[in-house]
Design a protein around this ligand. Structure first.
Ligand code: SF4
Ligand code: SF4
Ligand code: SF4
Length: 360
């Protein structure tokens, strides 16, 4: 079973696009271990925990304790366990990287490349890129495949592709770009046109690097290409089943954006998941998005993400126009890139034609 553990609502940075309400609320060790027990009690051979914040490393002791607890339980019961964590890196050091690597914690670093000092600031508004430089070296030494998670704001979109390239040259082979979708983010026809050109620029970079020793795996593209090549369409969300969220107080919700909403509460770590409630939420999430019926790219579009829809439109089945437009820009560019790699007979591309590697 997979669970997201919301270890803290607090953060040591103040990124300009952050939508979190920072509060000094933390999960207790007892609650975290109960969440682990709940996941293992489901009886699945594999268990996964996303260590989530705010900034999860503010709760480093809790992370170490819960990972040891889950790893011990997995070893005793002959089950698999894995952990994922996205951090802003400010508190990441070699001791923790040793621990993370020993316990199989896959770390992603939030980093905006050339835009880091424009968008990602400390609480007092200071820049963060310089202080992260040694952290980047350490992370890549311990986890060479670590993903750099970039966010782009509408006002800075013209530097997106250069930032992706900066992250690649800095040593990240896997980069993901998230769009700042906040309602007041300011996307308009002009910035969307720039976004399209920026994606084209990143596609050209991917194409140039694809057959080199260290190709750039730009996850925005590869997730779309792999879904097509591996015939694994993304048709549904499985809200409440795929990755329920555990709030700091131990209450369970269907996914991140539904945290602390009483209407979506579906149990807690002590009494377990209310199956009838969970089933009702799954059923609700399976209804189609009316605006997407008949769309030719629906099988690879994120229109089904209840979290994204709910956070942008207040309805899990209503897709925000900016999100629809983004998918209409991204998917054809990803397809064109795949077409060019195929046409030039890229051995790596052909080898991966039916493999899963592109999506990783
Ligand atoms: S590091 Fe994450 S949680 Fe913290 S301010 Fe930035 S976006 Fe928000
Ligand atoms: S591109 Fe737009 S209409 Fe098509 S599936 Fe995605 S959100 Fe729906
Ligand atoms: S709401 Fe989005 S993030 Fe959550 S399970 Fe569904 S698709 Fe995944």
């Amino acid at each position: 079973m997979n669970l997201t553990l919301h270890l803290t609502a607090d953060c040591n940075l103040r990124c300009r696009y952050c939508y979190e309400t920072h509060r000094r609320v933390r999960m207790s060790e007892e609650t975290a271990k109960q969440a682990v027990d709940l996941a293992f009690a489901a009886g699945h051979p594999k268990n996964g925990f996303s260590l989530f914040g705010g900034e999860p490393l503010l709760e480093r002791g809790l992370i170490e304790s819960v990972c040891r607890y889950a790893s011990d339980r997995a070893a005793r019961e002959g089950k698999a366990v894995r952990f994922k964590m996205t951090t802003n890196g400010a508190l990441l050091d070699e001791d923790f990287l040793r621990f993370a690597t020993a316990h199989g914690i896959e770390i992603a670093l939030s980093h905006d490349g050339l835009l880091q000092d424009v968008q990602r600031l400390t609480r007092d508004g200071s820049p963060t890129r310089e202080t992260l430089e040694p952290v980047v070296d350490l992370l890549l030494a311990y986890q060479p495949n670590a993903v750099a998670m970039q966010t782009v704001m509408a006002e800075n979109v013209g530097r997106m592709a250069d930032s992706v390239e900066w992250l690649y040259r800095r040593g990240f082979s896997r980069v993901n770009t998230a769009i700042d979708y906040r309602p007041d983010a300011g996307w308009d026809d002009g910035s969307m046109a720039v976004l399209r050109a920026q994606y084209e620029q990143v596609a050209a970079l991917c194409e140039r690097q694809f057959d080199t020793e260290r190709p750039l795996r730009y996850l925005n593209f590869w997730s779309k290409i792999a879904a097509y090549l591996n015939n694994r369409p993304c048709l549904e969300c499985k809200l409440g089943v795929r990755q329920p969220s555990v709030a700091p107080d131990g209450t369970i919700y269907p996914c991140n954006q539904f945290l602390n909403l009483p209407d979506y509460r579906m149990g807690d770590v002590t009494s377990g998941i209310d199956k009838a409630r969970q089933w009702a939420i799954v059923q609700k999430s399976l209804a189609p998005e009316p605006d997407c019926l008949g769309c030719a790219i629906a099988d690879r579009c994120r229109h089904h993400c209840a979290c994204l829809n709910f956070s942008l439109t207040g309805d899990m089945h209503t897709v925000a126009p900016v999100q629809c437009e983004h998918e209409r820009i991204l998917i054809p560019i990803a397809d064109a890139l795949a077409g060019r790699l195929y046409a030039r007979g890229s051995v790596r591309f052909l080898q991966q034609y039916t493999g899963d590697e592109l999506a990783q």
